[in-house]
Design a protein around this ligand. Structure first.
Ligand SMILES: [Zn+2]
Length: 82
């Protein structure tokens, strides 16, 4: 199941309007200027700034904002939602 590549070409980061890069697993769209990843769910890109996962967290396995893949506990006690 591949994401529609034509759709990809018209998509842009809602924050900075930059081009987005599909992740190798096709489960997210990366904005490099913002260092953010917009998740793709059921082949539908979630183009919402508040749903974007920081690139550093994405690379640690986070696929949904506020839901770490491995550990349930907050590592540094970061306040949620801010
Ligand atoms: Zn951006």
């Amino acid at each position: 199941m591949a994401l529609n590549k034509e759709l990809l070409q018209i998509l842009a980061c809602p924050k900075c309007k930059s081009e987005l890069v599909l992740t190798p697993a096709e489960d997210g769209l990366i904005c490099h200027p913002c260092k953010a990843v917009y998740p793709v769910k059921d082949e539908i890109p979630i183009m919402l700034i508040e749903e974007a996962v920081p690139l550093a967290e994405w690379e640690q396995g986070v696929r949904e904002r506020g839901r770490p893949a491995n550990k349930a506990e907050h590592i540094h006690g970061a306040p949620p939602g801010t």
